[in-house]
Design a protein around this ligand. Structure first.
Ligand SMILES: Nc1ncnc2c1ncn2[C@@H]1O[C@H](COP(=O)(O)OP(=O)(O)OP(=O)(O)O)[C@@H](O)[C@H]1O
Ligand SMILES: [Mg+2]
Length: 389
């Protein structure tokens, strides 16, 4: 199942936004247009639904409270509304699941975030059936219930546990190579859900031995083409500390020079390893922030093909991916399905999400790449006027 559609009201810089999502969706936009904010909608649903440390109160508090979440342009309808659809195929006319969540602040006291509405619909025998509509009579009798979503309550979500499970497994990665390389010397705690990949090596360590060897073998194959002189990749545990490490061997080293550990890998190599690993790791939605960072333009140009290849080669269900990017090279690839490219357009009151028009899709079918058709629209205008004085 994939998240096939998202609709937002008053979410951060999106006063109103709506988009259909493909198996692989690229979110294109200039700096500060809201790419990360859009990905954060799915992380927010994950944070509500995750079994440990989840829940709406914490998810909102972690983002600085409702005031920071609500769009600054919000006026007549102050509620924050998120609606997502889940389908087997993105073009199914009616989704299998539809989830709607509306949030507002309590009218008195410490003004906690409360549920203004929560609705769940499921397609049963070709008809959409309502499984939940809140506030319900129990909420009226006990207002305290409105401080929790039904997603986070296993006592009440048995009819739509599948939906909560899908959300709770959403994975986000904005890998910061230095955190992987020097995480243990920097010390401190790993941020919850590890968005920056600090615990990436632990993740590799947790995989079953056979699975790990097979995945690293496939990564090694891809890296031996992408990274000059790269020959072998293996997983080891430090004999003294027991900490997990990755080691690589390069062809240009003296035969006795030995293996290099991840703190000696290039940033790009580490980012590629993490990207490929995550593509193979699960079957839930994967959110990737700017995978082009630290990578050679030619590698970036080939990423859509590599991503597709890894997705197709997994025996499990293929992962849905949403990728934020500024990269011309990434979208200069005719294999990218133009229907899966969204671009963020700044308007008077925030940002809107745009999909290619029929005319633009036709041009892409004729052989133009999404970059050729859409990128100029996503760049800020008047950049030549930018000065520092
Ligand atoms: N509640 C809000 N209402 C309106 N705008 C907001 C709100 N919260 C954040 N923003 C705006 O969203 C913008 C940041 O969005 P975001 O970080 O998603 O951008 P981005 O496209 O990921 O940028 P980059 O390419 O630099 O990573 C900022 O300009 C910020 O002012
Ligand atoms: Mg960003």
């Amino acid at each position: 199942m994939l998240i096939s559609h998202v609709k937002l009201q008053n979410w951060k810089n999106f006063q109103h936004a709506e988009a259909s999502l493909l198996d692989v969706t690229y979110v294109l936009g200039a700096n500060a247009t809201g790419k990360s904010n859009l990905l954060d909608v799915f992380r927010f649903l994950r944070d509500i639904a995750k079994p440990q440390g989840g829940g709406i109160q914490k998810a909102v508090a972690d983002r600085g409270g409702l005031k920071k979440l609500r769009c600054l342009h919000a006026r007549s309808k102050p509620e924050i509304v998120i609606e997502v659809h889940l389908s087997d195929n993105f073009d199914d006319p009616v989704p299998i699941w539809r989830y709607v969540l509306a949030l507002k602040a309590e009218s008195s006291g410490i003004k906690r975030p409360i549920i203004a509405a929560e609705e769940v619909y499921k397609l049963v025998d070709g008809k959409e059936r309502c499984f939940l509509r809140r506030p319900d009579k129990d909420d009226v009798l006990d207002r305290e219930r409105l401080t929790q979503t039904s997603l986070e309550q296993i006592q009440t979500n048995s009819d739509f546990r599948e939906l909560a499970d899908q959300f709770s497994e959403i994975t986000y990665l904005h890998l910061v190579p230095q955190l992987v390389k020097f995480g243990s010397s920097i010390g401190g705690q790993t941020v919850e859900s590890d968005p920056f990949g600090q615990a990436f090596l632990e993740r590799v360590a947790k995989a079953n031995g056979k699975v790990r060897t097979s995945r690293l073998g496939r990564i090694q194959k891809a890296l031996s083409i992408a990274v000059p002189q790269f020959e072998e990749l293996k997983f080891v545990r430090d004999e003294i500390t027991g900490r997990p490490h990755l080691e690589a061997r390069y062809a240009h080293h003296r035969p006795a020079a030995g293996w290099q550990r991840e703190d000696q890998f290039s940033d790009g190599t580490l980012r590629l390893i993490a990207l490929f690993w995550l593509l193979m790791e699960g079957d839930s939605l994967l959110l990737l922030e700017e995978p082009e960072l630290s990578l050679d333009e030619e590698i970036v140009r080939n990423l859509p093909r590599l991503i597709e290849q890894v997705r197709r080669s997994t025996k499990k269900r293929q992962r849905q991916i949403i990728i934020s990017t500024h990269s011309q090279a990434l979208l200069d690839n005719k294999s990218v399905d133009g229907r899966g490219v969204l671009w963020l357009d700044r308007v008077q009151e925030g940002t809107v999400v745009r999909s290619p028009s029929d005319e633009q899709l036709e041009l892409m079918r004729e052989g133009y790449s999404p970059a050729e058709i859409l990128l100029s629209k996503a760049h800020p205008k008047d950049l030549h006027k930018m000065v520092l004085n």
